[in-house]
Design a protein around this ligand. Structure first.
Ligand code: SF4
Length: 598
């Protein structure tokens, strides 16, 4: 079974804008926040927003005071007046494309045009549009209804933004036949279907030729999501509409060799990713047992941060080669255990976030929380043991680092507290995670194995390695944050891409990687440092290749993306270590490598 994710899946501009407006409001105000009905047609997002204090009110009576956010669907002007009369503060998150329909309808109906709207009767967007009509208006859903329309001198035809293009064109030509006497300016046809909707629909049509079935992710009440299902079915392909991965039925899906995955405009990326991960698990059942075992092993390695730990361990070996031209096995073990343990503890300290964004890892961590906690602490202890075996000073430094890492993660304040330190833990300080992680990695990989005696002599190449490792980890961290952007905002986590904005962060990550590449290249040219610098250079270049995957693509393949990005560390370390090993044994392969690289 092959899964093909649609490129257009993820929040549309209007929904993203509305969610961002609400989340910014949550940060800025202490007043109660209400939305008139759910902010978007996605129960999971609405539930998360509820936890952050955003209440979806079913009627005006429920709202006594505070701020009312107008949803992307917009509202009738009369309702807005009513809200103002009640003294409520209004924040307008109407999608600009919906607001455009309001303006068109208002303008032409004032000039005496009969308004015809292609839309779902009773849908809040249609209700909002109707409020701007000054005169008569008709809602139609099918071309056949055109014949029932009354005589008119002037007619305006618009559509709810999420309607299907095909239906719009059919009704437009039916209207031309219904009113043959009207000139072009008297029969005004304005296609108000949003291009985001159109792109999604076109992609479903295009994919229909290449796949055997569709899985559409989104709220069951979402008009545009249901429309995608309808289009897929019209194209002759079975389509399954699911709100979460729990609704997938493996027996049903296994009958189809190729499945396309699409999603409505109000479906967050993390939910699409959860469904994608689950589909991949279902697909895996078709393979042979050894292949499945191998896949599960790799998956487990990534989920439990073994793979990341391995990358850190290899970088620590590279550090030995870089600084002392020797492979220190102990430093590899120290870094492996520390990174494995600290990253697992960081995930375990945020169960709320897990529920949202980390499908594979989330379930695992929540199910095995206690055992994982014990294994992680055991990892920290083992790392300490190896550090003390290396030298007493390494052990002491390692212990200090572990203390700071735990202090960084432990919540000591109250939730949502105000004042001088309005955070629950140090980890909650906006943007601090990326910087702390980069420093911790650089310390455990470069500094801990260095401190063998009281007198430390930090040569320039020490600082060079310390900064390149720091830069590598910082860029990995920022790229990871890109992946979880929507969910992080939803749960109130402030990462660098959230603080700086996506554009600036993309610049920042490119700048960091470029700096790392230039520094390592110059070091190789002028300092006489051998193959280990090439390892760092390749690791950085690898990260650079990953930038578009994390910052541009809307649906990223969760753990696979993580596997890919962490391979940069493994590549860097493995290259330096294998070369040093070959050199120690003066093999012909070493000579060939030396000819090529040195
Ligand atoms: Fe706005 Fe289009 Fe999204 Fe509707 S689908 S909210 S019109 S961007």
């Amino acid at each position: 079974m092959k899964i093909i994710p649609a490129k257009t899946a993820g929040f549309c501009m209007g929904v993203r804008r509305a969610v961002n407006i609400v989340l910014e409001l949550v940060e800025r105000t202490d007043q109660p926040i209400y939305t008139l009905g759910p902010l978007i047609h996605n129960p999971q997002v609405v539930e998360l927003l509820k936890r952050r204090g955003v209440v979806p009110a079913e009627s005006l009576e429920e709202i006594k005071s505070g701020i009312v956010v107008i949803r992307s669907h917009g509202i009738r002007p009369q309702l807005r007046e009513e809200l103002e009369k009640r003294g409520l503060k209004i924040v307008d998150a109407t999608c600009p494309r919906v607001a455009r329909v309001h303006k068109i309808v208002e303008k032409y109906s004032q000039q005496g045009y009969l308004t015809i709207i292609l839309g779902d009767a009773g849908h809040s967007e249609v209700e909002g549009i109707l409020g701007f009509v000054q005169g008569e208006a008709y809602i139609i859903e099918e071309p056949e209804q055109v014949q029932e329309l009354p005589e008119a001198d002037k007619v305006l035809f618009v559509a709810q933004t999420t309607q299907s293009q095909e239906k719009f064109q059919k009704i437009a030509s039916a209207l031309k036949n219904r009113y043959p006497q009207l000139k072009e300016e008297e029969l005004k046809i304005v296609n108000t279907i949003c291009d985001s909707t159109e792109r999604r629909q076109n992609e479903v049509k295009e994919l229909a030729g290449r796949v055997d079935a569709f899985v559409i992710v989104g709220g069951k009440k979402s008009a545009n999501t249901r429309r995608l299902k309808e289009i897929a079915e019209q194209e002759g392909k079975p389509a399954f509409l699911v709100e979460t991965e729990a609704e997938l039925v493996p027996e049903q899906l296994r009958a189809f060799p190729r499945i396309a995955l699409s999603a409505g405009a109000s479906t967050p990326n993390w939910m699409i990713r959860r469904v994608y991960e689950e589909l991949r698990q279902i697909a895996l059942l078709e393979h042979s047992l050894p292949f499945r075992l191998f896949q599960r092993l790799v998956r487990l390695g990534v989920i439990l941060n073994f793979y990341l730990g391995l990358g850190a361990g290899l970088l620590a070996l590279l550090s030995g080669v870089f600084l002392r031209e020797k492979i220190y096995l102990l430093s590899g073990l120290i870094a492996f255990f520390y990174i494995f343990a600290v990253h697992n503890l960081a995930v375990l300290s945020r169960p709320g976030l897990l529920e949202v964004i980390e499908p594979g890892r989330g379930r695992w961590f929540l199910r095995h929380r206690q055992s994982l906690m014990s294994i992680s602490f055991l990892g920290l202890v083992l790392g300490g043991l190896f550090a003390f075996m290396h030298s007493i000073w390494s052990g002491l430094l390692y212990s200090g680092l572990v203390f700071l890492s735990l202090l960084y993660q432990v919540p000591f304040g109250r939730k949502n507290q105000r004042g001088l330190f309005p955070y629950q833990s140090l980890m909650d300080i906006p943007g601090s995670k990326d910087i702390f992680m980069a420093l911790a990695w650089a310390v455990v990989i470069v500094l801990v194995p260095m401190v063998e005696k009281t007198e430390l002599h930090f040569e320039p190449r020490f600082w060079l390695l310390f900064s390149i490792i720091g830069l590598m980890v910082l860029s990995r961290s920022i790229l990871q944050d890109f992946r979880d952007l929507q969910a992080d905002r939803m749960v109130g986590k402030e990462t660098l891409p959230i603080l700086l904005g996506e554009r600036k962060s993309r610049w920042l990550v490119n700048f960091i990687i470029l700096t790392g590449l230039i520094v390592s290249f110059l070091a190789w040219q002028f300092s006489g440092i051998g193959i280990s610098i090439w390892g760092l250079f390749l690791g950085m270049a690898w990260l650079w290749l990953c930038v578009p995957l994390f910052t541009i693509r809307t649906v990223i393949q969760g753990l696979r993306a993580e596997l890919l990005i962490d391979s940069g560390f493994i590549l860097a370390g493995a290259l330096a270590v294998s070369y040093t090993h070959l050199r120690a044994h003066e093999t012909s392969l070493h000579l060939v490598c030396r000819l090529l690289l040195e």
